[in-house]
Design a protein around this ligand. Structure first.
Ligand code: ZN
Length: 408
């Protein structure tokens, strides 16, 4: 078992305070810090502190896969850590995006290879052959747009904004089965010529302003989100997507799981995000990065969902809350060491023989395995290789420890 240091990514939408505060550094940070990567992704592998010095987790896994990953994980996923853990801190909305299924990722990767698009080119959509299911567990209040909401709710929102320009689009949406209507309308908007968007988006924003001034409250968060997106990305079709997507608000400990094809945009907040070890993102707007609308439309799932469909409920076993995982590559749980569990040693049973990443999110936790005992404070993490076996935990003050392992 070894201490592990994540790598910070400084995207413009990040926070100058959240990750710095989480990891106990000076606030505000020099740059907006968007993501802390804790994993063995070749893009930014974490650093593991061993007796023989500091190692990239990627090199460590490659050099002794049997010890680090264990035979069962190697059999299932090959000699790679199948998941990536991130602490994500968004002060501004992220791009409107979706992720491919496994079959789409393989096909897309090979197609872009055949077309000769270099792997590191900004034009490249598929950087690996893996799907990228993800789950995010809120560390504070967290807001997102995710999944097409039931059509009648979107119609009610558009009617509440009272924008005459939306009438033909409402007719398009309700004139056919829900998924077909959503496909037709979203495709129309996301492929609309810019002059059309330059008229429609401001009309919708005027509608949102009028709605807020009216004192109505039913769609207050939706109207505010429209204005926030419109101010940041004027004339962007992605603003209109906010008319069609669920606006989800998570409280700390609540989770959202995003299956392949789910259209989403994280709006604001801090969370622990776990995903398959992939970088495959198809963007449709709300970003200065590469957007590929045609490819996004190929992978999108237009079947309406509700927040309850997307937000899995954790199952409690002792002090461990286990989140249902959307993918076999990972399983996430959190140990709440509090109340009756304070001061005593708690076994964190392994459900398989794979490696574990532990991230302390509050308090101080003593983590023990046969080879080592480490004290983890908030923001600190450890890598427990497969051959360390189960770990034991103890906290003398209320503490919270996330655990990520390969899934069952
Ligand atoms: Zn995503």
């Amino acid at each position: 078992m070894n201490r592990m240091h994540g790598v910070i990514r400084t995207y413009a939408w990040g926070s100058r305070t959240a990750i710095a505060d989480f990891t106990g550094r000076e606030v505000p940070a020099e740059h907006p810090e968007a993501e802390l990567w804790l994993g063995a992704h070749p893009g930014d592998p974490a650093v593991v502190v061993t007796d023989t010095g500091e190692w990239s987790l990627l090199d460590l896994v490659r050099s002794e896969p049997d010890k680090q990953l264990g035979a069962a994980v190697r059999d299932r996923f090959g000699d790679v850590l199948p998941f990536l853990v991130k602490v994500l801190a968004a002060d501004e909305p992220l791009s409107l995006q979706a992720h491919p299924s496994s079959a789409q990722a393989v096909e897309g990767f090979e197609r872009e290879d055949r077309l000769g698009i270099p792997l590191l080119s900004p034009e490249r959509n598929y950087r690996d052959r893996s799907h990228k299911p993800e789950i995010l567990i809120a560390l504070g209040p967290f807001e997102a747009l995710a999944g097409f909401r039931p059509v009648e709710q979107s119609v009610a929102l558009m009617r509440a904004l009272n924008v005459a320009d939306l009438d033909p689009y409402i007719a398009l949406l309700i004139g056919q089965p829900p998924a077909d209507g959503l496909r037709a309308l979203f495709t129309t908007w996301i492929t609309a010529p810019q002059p059309g968007l330059d008229a429609l988006v401001p009309a919708v924003l005027d509608g949102a302003i009028g709605y807020l001034r009216s004192g109505a409250t039913e769609f207050l968060p939706e109207a505010k989100t429209l204005l926030e997106l419109g101010e940041r990305y004027p004339g962007d079709a992605g603003v209109l997507a906010a008319l069609l997507l669920n606006r989800v608000r998570l409280e700390p400990g609540e989770a959202i799981a995003l299956p392949a094809g789910n259209l989403h945009s994280y709006l604001r907040g801090v969370g622990l995000e776990v995903m398959a070890n992939s970088d495959n993102v198809l963007r449709g707007g709300l970003t200065p990065k590469h957007v590929d609308v045609a490819e996004l439309l190929r992978v999108l799932d237009f079947a309406p969902v509700t927040p309850a469909d997307l937000c899995p409920q954790a199952r409690r076993e002792g002090c461990e809350s286990i989140y249902p995982s959307p993918a076999p590559e990972f399983a996430v749980s959190v140990f709440d060491l509090d109340g009756e569990f304070l001061g005593c040693e708690v076994e964190a049973p392994s459900r398989h023989d794979g490696p574990q990443i532990l991230v302390c999110a509050a308090g101080t936790v003593e983590v023990r395995c046969p080879s080592a005992t480490l004290e983890l404070r908030r923001g600190e993490s450890v890598w427990a290789p497969a051959d360390d076996g189960p770990v034991r935990l103890r906290a003398n003050e209320p503490a919270k420890l996330f655990r990520v392992t390969p899934g069952l």
